[in-house]
Design a protein around this ligand. Structure first.
Ligand code: FES
Length: 119
């Protein structure tokens, strides 16, 4: 489990980017639920923590694909692949993330950059 931030420091409707590799976004919904998904959109290199949160969906700030925070599923194009979801536990006011062991669906430009190739 990786400590992310204190729940009291993450207001409802806001997101926190956990700078691990690859980064993970933690969302606190208006209903008070907390979810964690991969931060990088599966379409191109955009941070979903910078997107718009509505209910249990986040809209990518670059081309407006939406992802379901509960499942990681894409609900609107142009993204086609889901983001990974991660386990979340809130204990003693602290948000902890259990990072998925599944392979992330990083966009090709990010995969190439991580491999040392052209972005
Ligand atoms: S970068 Fe997210 S939809 Fe294009």
């Amino acid at each position: 489990m990786i400590p992310a931030c204190r729940l009291a420091d993450l207001p409802r409707g806001e997101a926190f980017r956990l700078d691990i590799d690859p980064p993970v976004s933690v969302f606190h919904t208006d209903d008070g639920e907390v979810f964690a998904i991969d931060d990088t959109c599966t379409h191109q290199d955009a941070s979903l923590a910078d997107g718009w949160l509505e209910g249990c969906q986040v809209e990518c700030p670059l081309h407006a694909s939406t992802f379901d925070l509960r499942t990681g599923a894409v609900d609107a194009p142009p993204a086609k692949l889901p983001v990974r979801t991660h386990g979340v536990i809130v204990e003693d006011g602290m948000i902890y993330v259990r990072v998925s062991t599944a392979a992330p669906n990083l966009p090709p430009c990010v995969t190439a950059r991580l491999a040392g190739g052209p972005a």
